[in-house]
Every structure is written in structure tokens, then in C-alpha cells.
Design a protein around this ligand. Sequence first.
Ligand SMILES: [Mn+2]
Length: 353
Amino acid sequence: MPEKLQKQLISDDEVRQVLEKINSLPKDKRVALVVHKNPPPDPDALASALAWQMALDDRGIKSDIFSGGAISHPQNIAMINCLKIELRDEKYWERNSNNYGLVIFCDTCHNNAAINVRPDIIFDHHMNSPIIDGCLNLIKKVGANSTIVYHLLKKIGAEFSHPSLIATALAVGIDTDTKSLAKVDEVTEFDLSAHRELLSLVDYALFKHLTERFEVTRGFFKCLKMALSENIDAIFVGSMAVLGVGEIKQSQIDYIPLIADMVLRTEQVRLVVGIGIVEGQFIKASVRTDLESIQIDQFCKEVFGAETSSELVSTGARPGSGGAKVLFSASEQREWTCAMPEEKQVLLNIKLR
Ligand SMILES: [Mn+2]
């Protein structure tokens, strides 16, 4: 049946299988909700896991969310703070794995999960996710994982209005992954209905805060100043923009995609490459595009070198976004450490070319 005519995103049989797995969890065991690590969890992943955590809690089942990677994007930080999301890491898993009886992956597949464990259920919307035998694979071609989780939780009768926190989280997840439903090639009728139904339940002030008005730091504006300090016209090359944010700290890495997202809004610009040098150790690049025709992972590999190992080339959790990390050689590192600020600018410009 063509996808458009499919009435339900989640079949009755899938609901039955999910409930069967949840109901067979031993009373003394917890559920591990696992999100992706590279890039670190974004609003869609965090919302999916949080919604599950609250829905399980309603059924008297305790769970923990496992994440990996340094979370530095201001929007992700706002999600964690405002929604009071508690995250556990791989080390915690290693010490406590015996406490868990069910593993649910949210917005990730096996090769990019925060912890190395076999999942029982996978919720994902990345269509390249490998199917795992013996695992319930709920991998659907929709704009956001939050859409899958919403439709499933709705079918099992989860409550979204009390507290409206779940609705807000899931709406933010869908909004972020679909660029406010503007990604017409990816947004499905299921994303539209989930977004519409959730919006009527959200804490609107919090929704706006998490989608558009999350706090940024002064450091962000310093990066922005660096990125724009060059001759503005030199940044734009046809429909492409290339910008360097200079040397940044590890904790500022996510300013690059944030700036790239802003610059992607420039008239006629369809592709943005943002580059920064992180603590003199490596080059971090972020690529953003609204062109369907560009395969971001391929693009990153070609531009940033075939020798860049695949784990250092990440395609974002969201289509149209990706990045690369290119390690400095020992001599490049020395050169960078010894360089004066003006020389650093010149070196960065050379790298940009
Ligand atoms: Mn997602």
C-alpha cells in the first residue's frame, strides 16, 4: 500500500508487541532508554526518551536515560535544564547493567547508541538503521522520532495533558527535526497530525523558549563576531557560505552548527560550511544544507579527507546536517600552538580555502 494511504503509523500488532515486552519486565528491573552519542542527543532524541520515561512511570515502571557525547548545544542544554532530564552515562551502565531488564533505543540504531548493549525495542526514523533480529524494530520513515513515540503512546492510552511536559517535549522534538515542519520532503501526515495535536496541549511559553528563545552565552556572540569579522562578501561563494569561527573551546563546539543554521537563512544560500579549531587539537566542521540532492556524509568525506575515519564523520541525527572532525598532525599542532593570534587567523584562512 502506498505510504500516503496508510492510516496508522503504528499497527495494532506493533502496539501489542510493545506492551508484551513492557509487561514481561520483572518487577525488580528497570528500563534503559538509550539515545544517540554522535552527535550528542538532540531535542528529538531527548523528548522521545523523556516521553517514554514518563509513560513508564505512570505504569509504575522505573527507567533511566542513557546518553553519550558532550552536550554543548544551547538548545539541548535548555531541554535538559527546563525539562529536568536526568542523564546517565556509559560508566553508570557498566556498574549497574544488572538492574535493567529491558532496553529501548530512542532515535538511534545500534552503531550510534550511547551504550554498547543489545536493544529489545528500537524506535528510530533513520532509514539506514540496520534491522536487528529478535528485536522489535519500529523504524518508520517520518520526520521525527518524537512522531513515532507520540503515535505509539497515544495508542496505548498515555496521558499527554497532565503534565503538559510530555506534550511540550515531543512537540519540540518534532519541530526541531523538521525545521518547524518546513522540510516538505521529509514531513509526513503523521508528523503533521502529531505536531497539531501536541500543540493544543503544550505549555506554549516553554515550547517557544525551547524552540526559538533558548539562552545563548556571550561566548556564542564572540564566535559569531569571529565568523563575520572577515570581509562579509568573501564568506559567500555562489550558493555556498564558508565561515571560520577561529579557535574555540571544546564546550563551544556546538556554536558552529548554530551559526551555520543562522547563515543558512541568507538569501540564495543553500549550503553552509562552518569551521573552528578546537583547543589547537582538531578542526571541527559543521555542514548545513536545505538541498535534498546533497548526501552530507559523502560531502564531508570528500571535503575533509578520505582518511578521516567514519566515526569522526558524523551525519547529524537530522537530515541536511552533518559534520566532521579532522585531527591535526603533530607538526600542525606545534605550528598552531606557536602561532601569534594574527598568524592563527592566516592559518585558519588557509584551512578554509
Ligand atoms: Mn531525530
